[in-house]
Structures are given as C-alpha cells and as structure tokens.
Design a protein around this ligand. Structure first.
Ligand code: GLU
Length: 499
C-alpha cells in the first residue's frame, strides 16, 4: 500500500511549534517511502475559523521548505483539499449511517442537554454525557416515533446527527507508538457527526477524508488519542474497517522544566519562540517566531526532528535530505520530550557554521548598509571569517563584526578598574610605540611584539581599546583585520581617554 500521510490543520490561529514537528514526521515518512504528503484544511468549524490562518499555514510550510504533494494549492486526484468545499461528500455519507441505525437525529436544545448533565451530576455521575444510558430519555430519533422525527425535520426544528456508540463495548486499536490501546465505550459519548448548521464535525469529516484520500498513516499529536476509538467505531460503521490507516500518536512536547505540555504561556515565560513565523493580523500579533528570531528553517527542522525521534547513532546534525534518509517510524520515542531552547540555539549555530562564512557575506553587506556603511566584498569576507565561531544567528555576523567600522566610544569601566594599573599602562604604551616601527603588518610580527611585552591584564585592555568589548575573536587576528592605521588610532584614543 502506498504511503499517504496528511497534515490536517484547522485554520484557527498560528501553528504551534509542536504541529511543526508533526508536519515534519509526516513529511519525512512520505519522502522516505516515496509516498505523498497531503495538506488538508479542516475548516468546518465556523466558530473557530480565523481569517488569515490558512495563509499563515501555507507560508509557514513554504518557509520550512516542506511542499505538500497534494493540497489546496497543489491540487491532486483526491481533492478538493479544503473541507468546506467537500460538504456534499459528508452529507452523502451520513444517510447510510442513519439507515443502518449507527447514527440518529437529536433535537435536544442546549438547555435540555445542560439539564441532563445537572441531573446526572446530582446523581453522582462523575462524567455526565450523552451516551447509551442518557440518550434513552432525551429527544432523539431513538426515543421519538419516526413520524414525529420526520415532521420536526419538515418544519425546520434544529437538529444534530449523533453517532450511536455501542454500550459497554471494548474498542481495541493498535497505535504505532503505544501498541494496543483498549477503551471501554462507557467512557465515550455519542459524538455529534453533523451539526445543526449542516456542517460535519471534525470526527466525521476527518474519518471520511482519511478514507477517501487513502491515507495510510495518521501521524498526529497525542491529544487526539482519546478521539481515536470514536474514529475506529466510525470506520466500522461505514464498512471501512479493513482499510483503516495506521495510527501513530506522537508524545507531547513538554515545557523546559518538564512540567506539563509545552504551551504559548511557557514561550512567554521563558522568552523563546513558539511559532514558526510571525503573524500580524488585526486581532493576533505573534511576535515570537523562529524565523524572525533568526533561526534557519533547516536548523529548526533538525532540532524538532530529534525531539521525539532518534537516528540510532550519535549523529546530531542533519540536513533535510539527511533526515529523510535516516527517518524511520520505529525510532519515534514513547515519552514526552522537554523543549530545550539552548539546544535549539546550538543547532542554529551548527547549521550556520556548516554553510560557511562566505555564505553570509552578502547578508553582512546589507546589514552594514543599514548603518550607512559601505562594506567591500573583500572586507566582508575577512570579517565574516574572523567572527564565524561566535555566531548563533545571522544578525550576529554584523553585531560581532561591526567594531571594524566604528571606533569604540565606551570602554567597560569594571574591566578597566580591574586591569588598568601602572604596569599595564606602561605595557600598552610600549606596545603602541613598537607597533609604529613595524614595517610589515602580519600576524607573526604582531605576535612577536606582544610576546616581547608579556604583561598580564594587557590583552583584555587592548581588546577593549580595539573593539570596545571584553570578548571576541583572537586579538592578533583582530589587529591584522583592522590594519596598522586603525589599530594605532584606536590605541591612541584609548590612551588619551585613560589620561
Ligand atoms: N484538524 C485537527 C487539528 O486541528 C486534525 C487532527 C488530526 O490530525 O486528526 O489538529
């Protein structure tokens, strides 16, 4: 059977980073097995629909470099790929369920359902629901005479169509990560399949679509595990049990402290991004996004891939192609994984490094231009090379390298206080003098001079004089890059300022 997987978001807001991991695992499996990755927009819940959310999902996928094989934009043989355009399909499948007695009309008002719940609560029922017991005394096709049902429909009384769950039945299904799962139907209610607005619910539409789209594996977050027995029952009622997809429910991403599911709240609390890309819509501003924070999409995918999957080797750095090559469902983990932002930064660092400093030269030149600096290609190459080991985000190239263009205006008073004394002062003065006698300006010569004046504390002061910072690349390399003139001038300024 061909591998056909799907990502089926409801366009209700920005994509949580956990969904990006779900997308990734689906995509990797499809690519690995030469299958198809399908994007299906589940937009039948009009109350939760948010303008711009679908466009946001598409843009996120495009930034991640994950192109669906079939979807609203790509088309495909199993379309349409937006559920709002498939309403007739769902309507066609509800009648057989009504005819076979697996589904029934229910006319109860909100108040009546509430009253039923209250009654059950008063009778100490822990989890009151519309189920095999309570449906017996509600207003539905199971308790009303058929003529009355017909009449009420004819006069336009609002109704929903519910799935008739069997009483006290054990539903068993196999999950690719958890193995056999058994659920007693006593714990499940008679889910609404068709709402009073004539639109299907998620449960109904997604089962129909997974079947019609010939989905082979349903890979989704663990939060959907409790819904799966309902889906299994639906497959059986529809006569599709033999071609059910394999279910794989991914363990949760956990907060950095391991306490509970990762949420947007943690992102705020710990100050890390929670969404792939930023989204500015009138009613929702998502500033904290990986793209805007300077993450490379390949690094983000690499980071997410390893949060819940392992390659079975010690390899950590993967390109997207490498991930496809190495991926297998068998190596998905069973337990929740803590979200570790330090690790995310590390992956970014490694991927930037992997691309090599020259990949960032044009980027550097543009950053420089924003501060009205005209930077030559040659200087940009030299600077990017010098600072390459200190880069976590692309903007760091400029942050780390901009000292080249600006004489320091401030020195760190704390450092000065610690290191500035008669000895270091004399050392710097002597070094400064000696520099002006140098005929050739290269690392070797500068090194010889520095070694001739080995005074402790002098190096950090010199670094401060030349860059205005306490940490940075190798001091000799800095001087080589700055050149004779700038080095000389900056030490002069420093000595003047220090009196
Ligand atoms: N529309 C559901 C969601 O928003 C899809 C769940 C599933 O993958 O079945 O996540």
């Amino acid at each position: 059977m061909a591998v056909r997987v799907r990502f089926a978001p409801s366009p209700t807001g920005a994509l949580h980073i956990g969904s990006v991991r779900t997308i990734l695992y689906n995509y990797l499996l499809a690519q690995k097995e030469g299958g198809s990755f399908i994007l299906r927009i589940e937009d039948t819940d009009q109350k939760r629909w948010v303008a711009g959310a679908e466009a946001y999902i598409l843009e996120s996928l495009s930034w991640l470099g994950i192109v669906p094989d079939e979807g609203p934009q790509e088309g495909g043989a199993f379309g349409p790929y937006k559920q709002s355009e498939r309403i007739e399909i769902y309507q066609a499948y509800i009648q057989p369920l009504l005819d076979s007695g697996h589904a029934y009309y229910a006319f109860d008002t909100r108040a009546e359902i509430e009253a039923m719940r209250e009654r059950l609560k008063a009778a100490k029922v822990a989890n009151p629901q519309y189920n095999a017991t309570s449906r017996e005394w509600m207003r539905n096709g199971l308790t009303m005479p058929i003529e009355q049902v017909k009449e009420w429909i004819a006069i336009g009384k609002p109704y929903v169509i519910r799935l008739k769950m069997p009483h006290k039945t054990l539903i068993r299904f196999h999950d690719g990560i958890r193995g056999w799962v058994k659920v007693d139907t006593t714990a499940l209610d008679d889910k609404v399949l068709m709402k009073s607005d004539g639109l299907p619910t998620y449960h109904f539409a997604s089962v129909i679509d997974d079947h019609l789209m010939q989905i082979s594996h349903v890979i989704r977050g663990e939060e959907w595990l409790p819904s799966t027995p309902i889906h299994i029952w639906l497959y059986r009622c529809l006569g599709w049990a033999d071609t059910m997809p394999q279910f794989i429910h991914l363990p949760l991403l956990l907060a950095p402290d391991g306490q509970g599911k990762l949420s947007k709240r943690h992102a705020d609390q710990y100050g890390f991004p929670a969404f792939p890309i930023a989204w500015h819509s009138p009613d929702l501003t998502v500033a904290k996004a990986f793209r805007e924070a300077g993450y490379l999409s390949e690094a983000l995918l690499n980071f997410l891939a390893l949060l819940g999957w392992n390659p079975g080797t010690h390899q950590e750095i993967f390109t997207k192609e490498g991930l496809i090559e190495a991926f297998s469902l068998e190596r998905l983990g069973k337990s929740g994984v803590k979200f570790d932002m330090a690790k995310a930064r590390w992956f970014n660092q490694q991927h930037i490094k992997k691309q090599g400093p020259t990949a960032w030269v044009n980027y550097f030149i543009i950053e420089a231009a924003q501060e009205n600096i005209v930077c030559s290609q040659q200087d940009a190459i030299a600077i990017c090379n010098l600072v390459k080991d200190r880069i976590t985000f692309p903007r760091d190239f400029w942050q780390e390298g901009r000292f080249f263009f600006f004489d320091p205006v401030d020195y760190n008073p704390e450092l000065i206080q610690k290191k500035w004394n008669q000895q270091t002062k004399e050392g710097i003065v002597a070094f400064h003098k000696a520099l002006s006698t140098l005929l050739a300006w290269n690392a070797n010569k500068i090194k010889q001079l520095l070694e001739a004046t080995p005074i402790s504390g002098m190096m950090p002061l010199l670094r401060m004089a030349l860059t205005g910072k306490m940490a940075g690349p190798d001091l000799i390399d800095i001087m080589v890059l700055l050149g004779n003139k700038k080095t000389h001038t900056r030490i002069t300024i420093f000595l003047e300022r220090m009196g």
